[in-house]
Ligand binder design. Structure first.
Ligand SMILES: [Zn+2]
Length: 409
């Protein structure tokens, strides 16, 4: 990916902490920061929303949101990439506590109108639009309107539902999860769907699967070793398909049973968070999540000067880049002038001084590449782990500037 300087000016975005937003006829909403690592425009902004919490229960919601944030960032890949995220809690009260349980005749008057038993599954907990209420303005739409006022740069919505019954849902629109004992782990699983488009690695039947039948980064019907999309993680000695035995329990292979099918669909590992939330993410799901994180933030946090073209006069100019900051490894930088690698300290130079003498008259391109060498990714054909910043530098000929007519003689 390339970052073009002329698109690089960072907007000044206010985080309206303590600010109150309110939709017509509805309860007011406030926002609190749980994790701030950078400008919302340069981070993945997770927003936890209170659903089914009455006014007196909102302090409990904020404790739940902080707990989920802590669990989420305690394991990989979120621990390593925590500095790529901000997290916020939006407190808005519901008239009643809990959520709908239609088969029990329990219906609660809640802000985002959440419901269990969506799409024919007892534990599918969703907010509209869903099969029970197709009106987006009763669910996600209300969140969108609130965040237009509170945090216009939001990225991922997570509805925390104040109901002890286990339930959750995750798709491209966002995550819904009940406030039960495993809510942190379940939300990590659901973010696998929302952030990276991962599929479920379990084989329990899904009666009315609303998704079209398609492969995800961690599910496949392919059984030929050379065509398996996660072949970079499979050792030559691993049998394909891979038996579900103790011999292979810690290895990536091709295990039958995935995407709600017991046969014909395969997953990368015997145990993974996309199979059961009590596990950690497998190598293949971790790789997909890292790439999805880098796709959203890029590898460059900021750069200077933030212009596409520079006219170099007598004074030298300092070009600089600030890479994103994973927790336990550093990103690599490589500088180029007119396509030639700049000699000097390898992989760590954050600034380059250029002058008329070093470039000479003419138009020059100076480029810095910022690459993430993480061992969590083995296959990146789209180059999602590398960004570049390019400056066009113009150096005029001193003789021409002193006497422009001279070039025509
Ligand atoms: Zn997995």
């Amino acid at each position: 990916m390339q970052i073009a300087c002329y698109r690089g000016l960072l907007p000044v975005v206010a985080i309206l902490l303590g600010f109150q937003a309110q939709l017509a006829g509805e309860a007011p909403a406030t926002i609190d920061a749980l994790l701030e690592t950078g400008l919302p425009s340069r981070r993945i902004d997770l927003v936890f929303l209170a659903e089914g919490y009455t006014q007196s229960e909102l302090p409990t919601f904020r404790l739940h949101a902080a707990y989920v944030k802590d669990v989420l960032f305690s394991s990989e890949p979120f621990r390593e990439y925590q500095n790529y995220f901000n997290a916020f809690a939006v407190s808005v009260s519901s008239s009643e506590s809990g959520s709908d349980h239609p088969s029990l005749g329990m219906f609660r008057d809640t802000y985002f109108n959440s419901s269990y038993e969506s799409y024919g599954l007892d534990h599918a907990l969703t907010v509209p639009p869903n099969d029970r209420d197709p009106n987006i303005e009763h669910g996600y739409g209300k969140a969108y309107h609130l965040l237009e006022q509170l945090l216009p740069d939001w990225d991922v919505l997570v509805f925390l539902v104040n109901d002890p019954a286990f339930g959750g849902w995750g798709d491209a629109r966002g995550v819904v999860c009940s406030a039960d004992y495993f809510m942190g782990e379940v939300i990590a699983h659901e973010l696998g769907h929302t952030l990276a488009g991962l599929g479920d690695e379990y084989s329990d039947a899904f009666p009315n699967d609303p998704e079209p039948v398609r492969e995800e980064p961690n599910t496949t019907r392919e059984t030929r070793r050379e065509f398996i999309k996660w072949k970079a993680w499979i050792e030559d000695s691993t049998r394909i398909p891979t038996p579900s035995s103790a011999l292979y329990e810690n290895l990536v292979g091709l295990f039958q049973g995935a995407r709600y099918q017991q046969q014909g669909w395969y997953r990368p590992k015997l145990r993974c968070r996309m199979n059961n939330w009590i596990n950690l993410f497998c190598e293949v799901c971790t790789e997909a999540l890292v790439k999805s994180i880098c796709l959203r933030t890029g590898t460059v946090d900021s750069f200077s000067p933030q212009v596409a073209r520079l006219h170099l006069t007598s004074a030298p100019v300092q070009l600089s880049v600030s890479p994103m900051s994973p927790a336990a490894h550093s990103l690599q930088t490589s500088w180029y002038i007119d396509g030639h690698r700049v000699a000097g300290p390898e992989d760590s130079r954050l600034a380059l001084e250029i002058s008329r003498a070093s470039l000479g008259p003419g138009t020059h391109n100076v480029k810095v590449e910022v690459f993430d060498p993480t061992t969590m990714v083995r296959s990146d054909p789209e180059d999602l782990l590398k960004n570049e910043v390019i400056w066009e530098i113009q150096v005029s000929d001193r003789r021409t500037r002193r006497n422009p007519n001279r070039v025509f003689r």
